[in-house]
Design a protein around this ligand. Sequence first.
Ligand code: GLA
Length: 724
Amino acid sequence: MIEFDREKTCFFLNGKNYSYVMAVNGVGMLQHIYYGKKLSSSDAAFLVKTHGEAYAPHADDPNYDMQTDMMPSECGSFARGDFREPTVVIERADGARMSRFRYLSHQIEKGALPLQGMPCARQADETLIVTLKDDFSDTEIDLKYCVSDASDVLVRSLAVRNVGSEPVQVKKAFSFCAELPDTRRVFSALRLTGAWGRERAPVVSPLSEGVLRLRSSRGYSSHHMNPFLALIEENAGEERGECYGFALLYSGSFALTAELTHNGITRVQGGIGDEFFSWKLCAGETLETPQAALCYSAQGLGGMSRAYHDFFRTAVVDPKYVYARRPIVVNNWEATYFDFDNEKLFAIIDEAAKLGVDTFVLDDGWFGKRDSDTSGLGDWTVNENKLKGGLRAVIDRCKQRGLKFGLWFEPEMVSEDSDLFRTHPDWAIAKAGVEPCRGRTQLILDFTRKEVVDYIFEAVSKILRENDISYVKWDKNREMTENFTKDLPPDRQGEFCHRYVLGFYDLAKRLTEAFPDVFFEGCASGGGRFDGGALYYFPQSWTSDDTDALERTKIQWGTSILYPVSSMSCHVSACPNHQTGRTTPFATRGAVASLGATGYELDLTKLSEEEKQQVIKQVENYKRIDELILKGDLYRLSDPFNSNYFCEMLVSKDKSHAYFVGVQFHAYPCDHERVLFLHGLDAEKTYRIKELGVTASGAALMDAGLCLPHLQDCGAWTWHIEEV
Ligand code: GLA
């Protein structure tokens, strides 16, 4: 609920468990007052007086600009006395850069606000738009706050508008500025870092004076740093303590900063990567920034994760797919790599049908001259030398066996050894006369240019139109380097990276709208573009190219800090594992893969009879738990980074049933760590765990805990917990 106190010029935003308060102060600036545990708006006067006046600049002081350095602000200004990192920087036509933003007007609207050309929250109860005016340029800023009564996520973004007659250069435009002025609390900063094959590992370090900057300049959100930051109170844990999350719904180069300043206030902000950014804004034009999802939790990281999971499910993921059972796929990549023909594929399809798998996904190598990763990208026509009878033959085989068919594309890329590149060499991102920087021997298409996006839309559409395809895996396998387009003048090259992302979103929107019955899965060399922006178009993404079950426990644990398990594609692969060389039991691989959108990434024909029987059981199990995967509340019980166990459980919203997966990395005699406390159950209810042969109250399972039964190295437990 959004309330406005006219007398105090105070905005009071209340979500499920949080309040967010700001007020227009004596010098007309929008001052941040409070963000934390839910309060009543009847306390607005108290908050404005104590928390507000303590930091407010004094209007009658001729030096008041300098006092803005102490003031928690809703939009950090520049070169006027606030020396912290600014939120928005405007350069006027005469080259002067300084801003002081003051309140102009506001409006409160019902529902969410659609964002042109970018992913955004599909729903909210109300949206507040506060318009600020810059004292030194003809620009206005709309600060937007989308609030839902039943959610702990507050969605923010801003727009910069040129209301003058001359162009200005926007040198920086973050999406939000949030200040945490409560100096009682010492925060640690949690980020999800990694690299290819070990994405989204949580790293926590104390926040101290100076600026913590999380960033990607890779052109996409990246394996290395997810566009997410959480500030967690000292001593907060999985299920206790306060934390604040800041997640960008954005897939491009980004920055998120946390600046702890001299007076104990922490300023958190973020949005489009500001390092090489600039945007020429002509008279009458508006620049919209991507949305950021802020979350407050008093129930530790687990509470924050569950609030984010609900948010992504109810407000971001396509409603058509969010609660629909995900296809159980078999993907041929690790089974064949580029080396396949009809026979090999047919054998996998036949076996998949016998085992209950429902979709066969044909990965890289089916098109153009694509026998290795050095050629063919951009030529989206089937290679009939490899696939006799074309895609139709494979699809017919799937249909005969009762399977659906999925197909891999890498729409944003081009190989130099391709017909597309030979015809349109200038469509690749490169500067004429300069040796291009290659990644996986490929170049990126210039998606800032409409004709290029149009062409790819047509090429992919033709394949989807002419074939019965129910699933697309949309890959992206290199980073962006040159950041240059021949189509923009020099004073607009700073727009390149963001314009590329808009081109990607444009294609994703057009394809998902043109083919509403096709399920799109995201991928970027594994989990390189796993972000809230991509989730808007792709209900799930390939979580990582590392398919080793033990490594996956860490990757899935870290990913779940922000993203719901249903957004993670998790496949059982062959052993020795192709990335680590490790051998783990087939059952363990199935157990870990069941905590997501499950599937197989191996040659099913090479499985032993015993393993095939396990696949049949895994598929049955998956169908039994699908509702928990899609809608359940996740409780992380034992951390694979810091213990010998990975344990997680999913609990139904009504707490009538739950599903538990545990993995023990090493078997030790006389292991002391074996007591495990369940979470999220109803203390008053009685539950039965069939696999253990126990019946107990929720209270006992949560407070007395369970002694984990003995397992061998790398073994797994899976339990179904049912109310009796
Ligand atoms: C990326 C993906 C893999 C596979 C290959 C194909 O690495 O992450 O799953 O699709 O590309 O080239």
